[in-house]
Design a protein around this ligand. Structure first.
Ligand code: LFR
Length: 496
């Protein structure tokens, strides 16, 4: 029996997806979530006038296409939810119109601003009040960059909408601020559970543009009559899901009771664990951990690791030079390459910006007196082994911070289709890796819609449904490889 149909939009840095979820109940009462992708579209950073932007109206266009398609294909979603990457936003003027194109978080405008803001406020204070790892793209630095550039948009703004909220606004006309995204700004005080208006005043950021956060699982409102007419669809309702994609993914981790470690694996690698309260200690700051708000008011103690971005950029370079090579081929080549030939620190700042990635990997190896990887296979192997070792490092630090020991690690997200990476991760950790589900963000998005609809009442129940609906593959470390991994880990730590 069909209990409910939902529509999830999951927008990532390189593509967007629309998926239909159907909550089914068997005669014995067993429930299952069935998921089907109905639309997929590319998403690109677009450079103009020295800035990098998102093409937000193109994304809206593709989302509208997906809504129409859902109904044309006979689905009847009751609600929809949107999740995207963190930190980015649009500014809305007094007439309700968007002021300019939202900046892409890799826009170079924030270069050097972390140091400047730390100079004004102090590092400990910033961490204590914002809970986040110091990343150049955090909303705080983007807004401060606009202030420094005397951006007229900032003065004309009457509200700030983070990307998923902006898209919800375009479709429903309702302006909201969803909590999990709010906590990626570094302007939200997790301990006080309020916007940090004092800090905003200090940096010349207008505090009046921020709306009071609402929590995942809240109903927002229906598609506007214009949108319904344009698409010829009934007025389905938007739900505030855990709109930060990472938090949606964490909501779908098929973990049982008790502390668990996870890795959300995509363009970024987010390695973390769920806590009831933020952990804003000096140690957490020293090890570069963030506290990001999650579904049901939880906090995620997590670390942003540069992730598969480095490999994606290398692949883009090869593709553009006419050497078109699929991810599957790359993984296959890498699995045949000589292990542990050279390693990088994936979080070295040089890897953050786009372009020249192959050369950046090579120069890192040259500067650290390692063999310089030449072939695609060698470069891909180097990146993946380095990521796996980075995961071990982060997991060990996390154990120190929380005092918990983790028996293994859940891996979710698109990156787990890279089976070599899962295998290498299990090897590096010397612990099992439980991989799945792949579409974690979209599934977590759907789960919070089901919470809003009253079909799930807790995170535990949502995760149970995830576990019952999607396969998980276990990767066990090979005992015989433990020594070589330990040696590689020692070598890796020398690079940090
Ligand atoms: C992952 C993610 C990370 C965030 C980064 C930039 O997609 O949302 O959590 O730090 O993108 O927004």
């Amino acid at each position: 029996m069909l209990l409910s149909t939902v529509l999830a939009f999951d927008l990532g840095a390189s593509s967007g997806r629309a998926l239909i979820g159907k909550l089914m109940q068997a005669e014995d009462g067993q429930r299952e979530l069935k998921v089907e992708e109905i639309h997929r579209f590319p998403n690109h950073a677009i450079g103009v006038g020295g800035h990098l932007h998102w093409d937000i109206l193109r994304l809206l266009h593709e989302m509208k296409k997906a809504i129409r398609k859902a109904f044309q294909e006979g689905h009847r979603p009751e609600t929809f939810g949107i999740d995207t990457w963190g930190v980015d936003f649009g500014l809305i003027d007094a007439n309700g119109e968007l002021l300019g194109n939202p900046y892409h978080y890799r826009d170079p405008q924030t270069e050097g601003l972390i140091e400047e803001v730390i100079g004004m406020v102090g590092k400990e204070a910033l961490f204590q009040q914002g809970g986040l790892q110091f990343m150049p793209f955090n909303t705080i630095y983007q807004l401060y960059a606009m202030r420094k550039a005397a951006s007229p948009k900032l003065d004309a703004a009457s509200s700030l909408l983070l990307t998923p909220d902006l898209l919800v606004y375009f479709l429903t006309g309702r302006k909201v601020c969803e909590f999990t995204m709010a906590t990626t700004t570094q302007l939200y005080h997790p301990e006080q559970q309020a916007w940090n208006t004092e800090l905003m005043d200090r940096l010349g950021i207008p505090s009046g543009i921020f709306l009071d956060p609402i929590h995942p699982g809240t109903r927002i409102g229906s598609l506007t009559p214009e949108v319904c007419e344009e698409l010829d669809v009934p007025p389905i309702e938007a739900v505030a899901v855990a709109t930060h994609d990472t938090e949606s993914a964490v909501a779908a981790v098929p973990a049982g009771e008790g502390a668990f470690a996870y890795l959300v694996c995509g363009t970024w690698s987010l390695l973390g664990t769920e806590l009831d309260q933020p952990l804003v200690t000096a140690e957490a700051m020293a090890h570069d951990f963030s506290n990001e708000g999650g579904a049901f008011g939880k906090y995620q103690l997590l670390k942003n690791i540069m992730g598969l971005w480095i490999l994606q950029e290398c692949k883009r370079e090869w593709d553009e030079s006419g050497n078109v090579i699929s991810f599957a081929e790359l993984v296959d080549l890498a699995s045949q390459a000589i292990p542990f030939r050279s390693l990088i620190n994936p979080d070295d700042a040089r890897f953050f910006g786009p372009s020249d990635m192959v050369e950046k990997v090579r120069s890192f190896c040259a500067e650290t007196w390692q063999p310089v990887p030449e072939t695609e296979a060698e470069i891909a192997r180097c990146i993946m082994e380095s990521l796996a070792l980075k995961y071990r490092h982060a997991l060990e630090k996390m154990e120190q911070l929380t005092g918990n020991a983790y028996a293994g690690m859940h891996m979710v997200g698109g990156g787990i289709q890279n089976r070599l990476l899962c295998r290498l991760t299990a090897g590096a950790l010397g612990r099992p890796v439980w991989a799945g589900p792949v579409e974690a963000s979209a599934i977590g998005n759907m789960l919070m819609q089901l919470v809003a609809q009253g079909h799930c009442s807790s995170l535990a129940e949502a995760r149970e449904l995830s576990a019952a609906s999607f396969p998980v593959e276990t990767y066990l470390p090979d005992e015989a490889e433990a020594d070589v991994w330990n040696e590689a880990y020692e070598a890796y730590k020398q690079l940090l």
